[in-house]
Design a protein around this ligand. Sequence first.
Ligand code: PMP
Length: 438
Amino acid sequence: MTGTTLDDYTDRYARRVRGMTASEIRALFAVASRPEVVSLAGGAPYIAALPLDAVGEMLGRLGSEHGVTTLQYGIGQGTLELRERICEVMALSGIDASCGASPEDVVVTVGGQQALDLVARLFLDPGDVVLAEGPTYVGALGVFQAAQAQVVHVPMDDDGLIPEALETAVAELARAGRRVKFLYTIPTYQNPMGVTLSEERRERVLDICERAGLLVIEDDPYGQLGFEGDAPRPLRARRRDGVFYLSTFSKTFAPGLRVGWILAPHAVRDKLVIASEANILCPSGYAQAAVSTYLGTMPWREQLKVYREVYRERRDALLAALEDLMPAGTTWTRPTGGLFVWASLPDGLDSKAMMPRAIAARVAYVPGTGFYADGTGTGNMRLNFSFPTPERIREGVRRLAGVMEQDIAMRRVFGGTVGRPGSRRGQAGADTPGPDLA
Ligand code: PMP
């Protein structure tokens, strides 16, 4: 079909494709990954902290000595050996046999992302409502959008999802006759806010969902990356029914292997496997063997400590730099684990409109709008601290603060919201709020 234009395909797209747009993060990757740019965007773990020689040797042997099995097709649910190891990993967080966790009910997935996709395939019809934190993980928004579901955000504060707001949202949706299928939540070291749902709120959130007949999709990629002692126990450790527990080795080992999992209620385990087989036939045997051998033969608990140490130091560097350098009126979260800080900008600054100026100043972040389904978040940004070194983090914040100071100065001169379409440049009045601030 030479000479075919984009328009020739538009009419043929399935309805679910129409709402698909490139994620803000993906669009930024091309520029943000240039070496001169300090990237506080992205969410990459610091892979250089792994014992790469030993991991490389192990990977080589998996091919040369065990290739006959590791390079062959496998079963859709994933190898028993890996599912047993996954249960050992979950037991560290308190999800163990006493709350019904068993290798039988684990389904191995291609990263945490396929786990989300499978849950959506299993439960979402077009028009269904998904409740999710506001802001929430950008990749989950993409999955729910592809399923033609509507995401309704529930606000958060420093203790995570606000139970009263959840109750209100549930009641309003019930009154409107909307079909809500589940709450999608990242209770521990949330992406993008870095906050953690408090002990007390965990029970309340579970109670509200139980009463409303909502399933709970608990996404927990970061729970073992705490810097200040253990996180509260996961939701799945408190309830065995109605909670789907999703996690991944992407942040605790290596995202390049693309291995994650779902611990599902027993009754739906088979449906998940069937959906996964339709999707990918089976997860990579080689990647599964890499993870199970890593967990079986290498000091993975020690490695978790290494990651925590590295990230704690970088979190401290980011918080100190923000404290020292950010313009007045900027606020941010103080995560006790995970990879991200969420910043709120002084009134009138627009993180999306500011992005090209930030890139020109050689710093990148993710504008807050990427984490909402409804365009909220212009006054926020997500800052990652896992990948850049402490020195680069400080330099990045210095550059970012410079760009923000400039925007604030411009706003003082011209009024309105700097750079946002519709802002009326050249308007008088130093502190006169422009039309965008109404
Ligand atoms: N859920 C959350 C909350 C995440 O932050 C991520 C990755 N950033 C994923 C799922 C997907 O993980 P994976 O890379 O294993 O697919």
